[in-house]
Design a protein around this ligand. Structure first.
Ligand code: NIG
Ligand code: FE
Length: 457
């Protein structure tokens, strides 16, 4: 298939200057850093990108799709969502908008509804949300458990999630359920023991809500125990950290070699330094040898069959290499900072300081965190618009973070870019450039969505 007459093609491909915004140091790298090709064409073969370049030199193809000057982007990679749950918390949201703070306490409401729901109901709702995401240009999504908090419901959630995506995350340690309120240690034993055993076969990742400021979330030692147990079971690590207050989440994520630490709303200088060091090879994660060994052994385990090997392998990353967080073979083993501005929007909280992270050389991903409590948006275009308007990211930086950044946060090199050999996951905007995502917020600009070379929307 030849897609042609593309007004602006965003590739994130280093071959077209797509090494990441602001990182473009070397010769031939475009200042935007997202690998833009004007007046372009794309050739798709067997579900992969076979060729990209100027439309005037495109090869012939069996099928030709004329895109009439529209913009084509890599499909969005939403690396953080909680889309398998029952019930809603609209009343909690309304109360918040008239002054109540967000504490995470409402998670128990969703746990009760999710436990009570039938498997068919959970599946239908999860499917509908993933379809909603696809219609908004998201072609790769990560889905967490965490609203079961008992063995059967956590395992059921992950089984359903695995039908929807290979990027599934075991979040049994979301909060301590009411029946364990007086026995936190007992809940950690459950999460790191029989619940993990039941869930690990359906999960690629383990996650924990490390937030000592929230009474039902987890402190540093509890969180470390959860992450190490997951690593031992062959899962990769990710962390919910520093959402409500500064705390140990970010440094723990770096210590265990987590692929990403998500929220990052309240950061100290030491947190930013630790994240930056995780990409420079000077990581501070040397003080937990067991964690490092497990993290390094992570690559290749718990990985679904259709994910190419090679991602997440220890990379040859010299410090000071401006291209060190390219997606693609050789991508480093550092920890991505994933920002979730739809949560700050929906909890009326101050936004994370994206500029501080970017200035320190930390790769930033953007994701929705779609969940019924802290933020119920499934829209990556909305997240991009928030990132530009509220976090002062440039439109190019936000686009990179919503595509290549998300792929880095999932240690994937086959999505998030349109380099040769990438999955042909792409989004066509009914607009001439990627800037329109934030220039025209709230407008349905998604014209077509292709997944693995097939038109899906
Ligand atoms: O990522 N912070 C913890 N968990 C979710 C919110 C869950 C909820 O409120 O239901 C989050 O924001
Ligand atoms: Fe979350």
């Amino acid at each position: 298939v030849l897609l042609t007459n593309i007004g602006e093609l965003v590739t994130n491909d280093p071959a077209h200057g797509g090494s990441g915004p602001g990182l473009a140091g070397g010769e031939g790298f475009a200042p935007d850093g997202i690998g833009i090709v004007p007046d372009a064409a794309v050739v798709i073969e067997e579900g992969r990108i076979a060729w990209t370049g100027p439309a005037s030199s495109a090869p012939a193809a069996d099928d030709v799709v004329d895109l009439a000057g529209r913009c084509v982007l890599p499909g969005f990679v939403d690396s953080h969502s909680h889309t398998v749950f029952a019930g809603d918390r609209a009343a909690e949201f309304a109360a918040r908008m008239t002054g109540e703070p967000y504490t995470g306490g409402g998670i128990a409401t969703t746990v009760a509804a999710t436990r009570a729901a039938s498997e068919d109901d959970l599946r239908a709702r999860g499917r509908a949300l993933v379809r909603e995401m696809l219609a908004q240009g998201t072609t790769t999504v990560e889905i967490k458990s965490g609203y079961g908090q008992d063995i059967a419901t956590e395992a059921r959630t992950l089984r359903i999630a695995r039908e929807l995506t290979p990027e599934t995350t075991y979040l049994g340690a979301h909060t301590v359920p009411a029946e364990y309120a007086d026995d936190r240690a007992g809940y950690i034993d459950l999460v790191t023991g029989p619940m993990l055993a039941a869930c690990a076969p359906h999960a690629r990742w383990v996650d924990v809500f490390c937030e000592p400021a929230a009474p039902t979330a987890f402190d540093e030692d509890e969180s470390r125990a959860v992450l190490l147990a997951g690593l031992r079971a062959g899962l990769g690590a990710r962390v919910h950290g520093n959402q409500l207050a500064a705390g140990p989440g970010v440094r723990l994520a770096v210590e265990v070699g987590a692929a990403s630490v998500d929220h990052c709303t309240h950061l100290t200088d030491a947190d930013v330094d630790a994240l930056a060091a995780s990409w420079s090879g000077a990581a501070s994660r040397g003080f937990a040898p067991e964690a490092v060994r497990l993290a390094d052994a992570e690559a290749g385990h718990g990985r679904p069959a259709d994910v190419r090997p090679g991602v997440g392998q220890p990379a040859d990353v010299g410090s000071g290499d401006v291209r060190r967080f390219d997606v693609g073979p050789g991508a480093g083993l550092g920890t991505v900072a994933t920002l979730l501005p739809a949560v700050e929007f929906s909890t009326r909280s101050p936004y994370p300081d994206a500029r501080r992270l970017l200035a320190a050389g930390v790769p930033v991903a953007l994701a929705t965190d779609c969940n019924p409590g802290s933020g119920y948006s499934s829209s990556m275009p909305f997240v991009v618009a928030l990132a530009v308007r509220e976090m002062r990211m440039s439109p190019a930086e936000a686009l990179w973070s919503a595509t290549a950044g998300g792929a880095a946060a999932l240690r994937r090199d086959d999505v998030g870019h349109l380099g040769i050999g990438a999955r042909a996951d792409l989004t066509v905007l009914d607009a001439p450039s990627h800037t329109y995502l934030s220039y025209r917020p709230g407008v349905p600009l998604i014209h077509q969505v292709w997944q693995s070379g097939t038109r899906a929307v």
